[in-house]
Design a protein around this ligand. Structure first.
Ligand code: CU
Length: 380
């Protein structure tokens, strides 16, 4: 995505190419699954009233196990990096802003050994985060890559106007269309393709977030992350090797084989986990593309000091789990007090453990035993 203001054009988001980074999703998924299983051992007998035992794990320092690859060679990495966040708006007046997005259809890795044909904004799921200021006049140009087989479009929930922009952006392959809107309402909003069958386009990966910062900007934090949940409805069951096909009937029945964060099965873990340091104030922009399920977004071992429920301007405080409606979002903030691995999940937990909606936040730094002390925690 290209994104510019009067102050000059700069680029955010990736070029949509194949990432060279990585580790085997196989090993990764197994590791995460084991971790998740360990975290939910039937009350554990001493949960202090909670069925959730904090997973205490010292982050691996590396150097022993040979890194495997999390995305197979020659397969597109469609995962949006959770750290791919545009620069904060800060304290600036409203401006004219241009946003350029390109819709692309491409095969990418869904899970270890499995690929899927994604429909995307800029080659990633979710599409690039767009970040503007309340009062900005935003001119959005949507290009549909000439290699596409389908018409695509965009509906941004931050827009006040018919179809959220979809009426003006039904774009044939190889063409582009533009429209302009004023970002009247601050908040965090979902955008998605709105070309029939709309749920099909969404299920194939066509969603993202647009953040509209209020006058004066959002308060600074140490770390910001970008996570979106979505469902993938495949003809073949999980574990099938090779290309998995979309299944319309399963979508209509709201029975996805995969529920994912940022496009792939437990893809934000291990070397691709979110990273923070003890003492960091963390902000997560969390959205749900859907198209059908409601997410119960939770971070195991943390409490949201503030959660903007349904992305409302006023925060709620001390929230354990926040709902992300289909086509809705939230942003949550918390401070990490102790090192270890914290799991981001849809707390409808089969979706996390079995279907893929699970990510890791790895926190490094000194222990704070007054806040948390587990002498019987298993050492690595
Ligand atoms: Cu589309």
């Amino acid at each position: 995505m290209r994104f510019s203001t009067r102050r000059g054009r700069h680029t955010v988001g990736q070029a949509g190419g194949v990432s060279a980074t990585v580790l085997a999703i196989a090993a990764l998924a197994l590791g995460v699954a084991a971790l998740a299983t360990a975290a939910y051992t039937d009350n554990g007998g001493s949960g202090g009233g909670s069925t959730e035992d904090v997973v205490v794990e010292t982050p691996s320092q590396g150097g022993t196990a040979a890194p495997a690859e999390s995305v197979a060679s020659g397969v597109n990495d469609i995962r949006q990096s959770p750290s791919e966040i545009p620069t904060a708006i800060g304290n600036r007046p409203p401006e004219n802003v241009t946003v350029d997005l390109t819709t692309q259809e491409l095969e990418g890795q869904l899970a270890d050994g499995s690929v899927y044909t994604y429909w995307t904004f800029d080659g990633k799921v979710p599409g690039p985060m767009v970040r503007v200021r309340e009062g900005d006049s935003v001119t959005l140009t949507l290009a549909n890559d000439e290699s596409s087989a389908n018409v695509h479009s965009i509906d941004l929930h931050a827009v006040n106007g018919p179809g959220g922009g979809a009426v003006g952006t039904q774009t044939n392959p190889g063409e582009s269309k533009s429209f302009t809107f004023e970002a009247l309402n601050p908040g965090v909003y979902v955008y998605h393709c709105a070309t029939p069958s709309v749920p099909t386009h969404i299920a194939n990966g066509m969603y993202g977030l647009i953040v509209v910062e209020p006058e004066g900007g959002l308060p600074p934090v140490d770390k910001e992350f970008y996570i979106m949940q979505g469902e993938i409805y495949t003809e073949q069951p999980r574990g099938t090797e090779g290309h998995l096909d979309f299944n319309f009937d399963q979508m209509v029945n709201e029975d996805p084989n995969f529920v994912v964060f940022n496009g792939s099965f437990q893809g934000l873990a291990g070397p691709d986990a979110l990273q923070a340091e003890v003492g960091d104030r963390v902000r997560i922009f969390a959205g749900n593309g859907g198209p059908n399920l409601i997410s119960s977004f939770h971070v195991i071992g943390e409490i949201f000091d503030t959660a903007h429920l349904q992305a409302a301007s006023e925060p709620s405080t001390n929230v354990q789990t926040t709902l992300l409606p289909a086509g809705g979002a939230s942003w949550v903030e918390f401070t990490v007090d102790n090192p270890g691995t914290y799991l981001l999940v849809d707390h409808a937990l089969t979706r996390a453990v079995d279907k893929g909606a699970l990510a890791e936040l790895v926190v490094t730094g000194p222990e704070n035993k007054k806040i948390f002390d587990a002498p019987d925690a298993e050492e690595e």
